[in-house]
Design a protein around this ligand. Structure first.
Ligand SMILES: Nc1ncnc2c1ncn2[C@@H]1O[C@H](COP(=O)(O)OP(=O)(O)OP(=O)(O)O)[C@@H](O)[C@H]1O
Ligand SMILES: [Mg+2]
Length: 248
């Protein structure tokens, strides 16, 4: 990987966000929408950060920016790998793909189900990409599907036909099957029943113990309160067109 080393002495942080800003240019409205501005924070190994704020405050946008689905307008996202520090804000797409495959995970409440791929294969895929033999990966996938309460008869079926909650369980099993170094969670419990929520919280506790750094938005924050080390509040956005600024 082509790393950008920033020359700072080693520290335990996995992520150091420095002056991060994101805005959306709404050309058709001639407006700029500021999702967040000048954010600074750090996340260490094994730390769990709860992201809070009103609807529209920019929580999902921040997570997507950290995952580099969005490019920030300004700032740095220093991510520490075993080989050095890489700025996710300016890293090459090819490096981002490698990191996403190996160490940065993102869980949303929506499953991007590919047509005609069985649930157990969807879940096993991250392990297979990491080199685990097929039969072993499939066994592990079934174990996770069971842990999240997906009925056995659904394992060989296509998730595109599943209910919203069932799809979400497949999504979680896939996202959590391979321990990541950094896990981004965007309301992963929103459509889950109580047992599945508990299974998720148990898994997050294990991952925290294993040193995974996590940043998440939770629909039921009380579920994870015992895991939270710090909270970050995002304030609602401002819309700027020179006249009717809306700042909350
Ligand atoms: N791709 C985009 N283009 C333009 N505006 C966007 C885009 N994505 C998000 N926004 C705007 O940015 C603001 C923040 O949205 P975001 O989804 O990050 O909020 P949120 O804090 O996750 O809200 P919620 O609690 O409802 O999930 C919203 O006003 C939204 O309309
Ligand atoms: Mg959101």
């Amino acid at each position: 990987m082509n790393m950008q080393l920033n020359g700072r002495p080693a520290k335990a942080n996995v992520l150091r966000v420095d002056g991060l800003s994101k805005q959306f240019e709404m050309h058709h409205l001639k407006r700029t929408l500021y999702a967040f501005e000048n954010l600074d924070f750090e996340v260490n190994a094994g730390e769990f950060i709860l992201l809070k704020g009103e609807n529209g405050a920019g929580k999902s946008t921040l997570l997507r920016t950290l995952y580099r689905s969005y490019l920030p307008r300004a700032g740095h996202i220093y991510y520490r790998t075993a080989e050095g520090v890489i700025d996710l804000a300016s890293a090459a797409d090819v490096d981002i793909s490698v990191l996403r495959r190996r160490e940065i995970g993102f869980v949303t409440q929506f499953l991007n189900a590919r047509p005609r791929v069985a649930a157990e294969e969807v879940v096993a895929e991250p392990l297979r990409l990491a080199g685990t033999p097929h039969a072993e990966a499939l066994n592990e996938a079934r174990r996770w599907l069971a842990a999240f309460g997906v009925k056995r008869q659904l394992w060989p079926a296509y998730p595109s036909t599943f209910s919203g909650g069932e799809q979400q369980k497949v999504n979680l099993a896939r996202a959590l099957i391979l321990p990541q170094r950094l896990l981004l969670l965007d309301e992963p419990t929103a459509s889950l029943d109580r047992d599945a929520r508990q299974a998720l919280v148990d898994r997050l506790a294990q991952l925290k113990d294993a040193g995974v750094a996590m940043i998440g938005v939770f629909h039921h924050p009380e579920d994870v309160q015992h895991l939270v080390d710090r909270e970050i509040y995002l304030k609602a956005i401002k819309i700027e067109d020179g006249e009717d600024d809306v700042a909350e």
